[in-house]
Design a protein around this ligand. Structure first.
Ligand code: GLC
Length: 549
């Protein structure tokens, strides 16, 4: 067993959305050489680990989360040599690389799937859930499960009349069958392949759904969650993940972060105690600006964001911290203020993210306060989930397409955070030299971009740099215990405590002045306002770290 450095507990992670980071060859797509070219930017930001969204061979129906070959690079992103160069250059700068591991499903263009649906039966048939339809004519779906992107989870197979395959996501993402020992072995082989190359670990996509316990109909859930209880967090899923650890991962200094859902205290702790994952992403806090159905926007409430985060701080010893990723809308639009207090609120969110206990994940563009892509039209939308959901909303509410898309666009259209990264105010925001981009650029690049942020000492980017450096060198923020004080309306406060040193963090999530009552003797360490502040009169969107003396 290899000694574990647990470096993931000391570093800040940066998620690169590979298609949209930097296009070095001006073909409209971000690429590996583009990432290598920007490593110094990440180093300067203080980043210690990169999570690379999928760069494997893929038809890109779900932007690479539909893998057709796990051991080769999608030519859109470059070659394996480009990948090796990225790894080497990152290594030189002491930046580790984490890959996206998408093993709940493969693309239907994967060789396994193509063989699986050949009329002549072969071993690959059992790699997937390929089932005969119900009814005399086998023309009814094998069960009533729904895809997470809405719509049925089964699709007819033309080459096998009467048969269907299961897809929990879009219909070109076929679910793998983890009852099959060979599938598990294939995954172990993929893990070794990338670990032997020198990658540090994996972000495990929808990992809590890999094992289906039964294929029964589910009549107990609302339409869009049918099946959930039969495929989320099943006993055998934990066993498979523990096996990956003991059979493969223990031979390397590595780590796994999981995208998990349907969590509770027991499930969360099982992931860690059974060594399935080193940490996971919880989703409770992402409902802070939604109604009971995630597709409908609700009013943002500070407590709906902060309380779930506090809850998880107390439930598990370590967690993945995030406010944004490639599936979420931009955080300043959601939890901050895009008008008068844009800068202050973006900095507040930075300070919040970087003062909690766990590993912070920053999503590309978050560090310069990138905002949603407001000018988007249905015709330009590339997000497969948004397209599926628009159709469903149209059908269910009898809305026309544009009206349905408007609803979807306000809450779940993932294109908002996927537009090309804004490096400067030149053509296409400096993402490339002017070639049409795979997804339209957000015109806001003229106002919000890296170059301008670098030149402004008071910018959001410079605040992120300051915060990350502070955290990288500070044991209280990295390792200290967490203790919440309160969430009163929009005032949030908590403590971090390490070996007798205590920090108090105070945040004002509102555009109004507010009072924070605490008579402690404190010294300001960092805040998003330059002047000394009065606790009885906290300015709008104030955020600060104080040392208790
Ligand atoms: C995860 C990914 C998301 C993808 C889905 C299916 O949720 O983050 O982008 O669409 O899995 O792979």
């Amino acid at each position: 067993m290899k000694t574990q450095s647990n470096e993931f507990k000391k570093r800040v992670v940066y998620q690169i959305y590979s298609s949209s980071f930097y296009d070095s060859n001006n073909d409209g797509w971000g690429d590996l050489k583009g990432i290598t070219a920007k490593l110094d930017y990440l180093k300067d930001l203080g980043i210690g680990i990169i999570w690379l969204s999928p760069v494997f061979v893929s038809p890109m129906d779900d932007m690479g989360y539909d893998i057709a070959d796990y051991k080769n690079i999608n030519p859109r992103f470059g070659t394996m040599e480009d990948f090796d160069e990225l790894l080497e250059e990152a290594n030189k700068r002491d930046i580790k690389i984490v890959m996206d591991l998408v093993i709940n499903h493969t693309s239907t263009e994967h060789e396994w799937f193509k063989k699986a649906i050949e009329p002549e039966e072969n071993k690959y048939r059992d790699y997937y859930f390929i089932k005969e339809g119900k009814g005399k004519k086998h023309n009814k779906m094998p069960n009533n499960w729904q895809s997470c992107f809405t719509g049925p989870a089964w699709k007819k197979i033309d080459s096998l009349p009467g048969y269907y395959y299961m897809h929990l996501f879009c219909d070109t993402q076929a679910d793998l069958n983890y009852y099959n020992e060979e599938v598990i072995k294939e995954v172990e082989d993929i893990l070794r392949f990338w670990l032997d190359k020198g990658v540090y670990g994996f972000r495990c996509d929808v990992i809590n759904k890999i094992r289906k316990s039964s294929l029964k109909d589910d009549h107990t859930r609302p339409l869009y969650f049918k099946g959930l209880k039969y495929y989320s967090n099943q006993d055998n899923m934990f066993k498979i993940l523990t096996r990956f650890r003991t059979e493969v991962l223990d031979d390397y200094d590595t780590f796994l972060v999981g995208e998990t859902g349907e969590l509770n205290k027991e499930v969360g702790n099982r992931f860690l105690n059974e060594r399935c994952l080193d940490m996971f992403f919880e989703f409770d806090h992402t409902n802070a600006d939604k109604t009971f159905l995630p597709v409908f926007k609700g009013k943002f409430k500070t407590k709906k964001l902060v309380k779930p985060i506090f809850k998880w701080q107390k439930i598990v010893p370590w967690i993945a911290l995030y406010l944004e990723n490639h599936d979420q809308l931009r955080s300043v639009n959601r939890y901050g203020n895009v008008d008068k207090y844009y800068k202050e609120s973006a900095k507040l969110l930075a300070l919040f993210l970087l003062t909690l206990k766990g590993t912070p994940f920053i999503y590309q563009g978050e560090e310069i306060g990138m905002l949603n892509y407001e000018q988007v039209k249905y015709e330009d939308c590339k997000d497969v989930a948004a397209i599926y959901t628009t159709e469903t909303v149209q059908k269910l509410l009898r809305f026309n397409r544009d009206r349905a898309f408007k609803i979807v666009n306000e809450t779940i259209n993932r294109d908002h955070a996927r537009v090309p990264f804004a490096w400067s105010n030149s053509v296409n925001g400096g993402f490339n030299a002017g070639h049409e981009t795979w997804l339209k650029v957000n015109d806001l690049y003229k106002k919000i971009n890296v170059k301008d942020e670098e030149n402004d000492s008071n910018s959001i980017l410079n605040f992120y740099k300051k915060m990350i450096r502070f955290r990288n060198n500070d044991d209280v923020l990295k390792f200290g215990d967490f203790k919440d004080e309160y969430v009163k309306k929009n005032i949030v406060s908590y403590y971090r405590n390490y070996e007798g040193k205590i920090y108090l963090i105070v945040l004002n999530f509102s555009d109004k002045k507010a009072k924070y009552c605490n008579l402690l003797n404190v010294k300001t360490l960092i805040s998003n306002y330059e002047n000394e502040i009065d606790f009885n009169d906290l300015p709008p969107y104030f955020a600060g770290i104080f040392e208790v003396i």
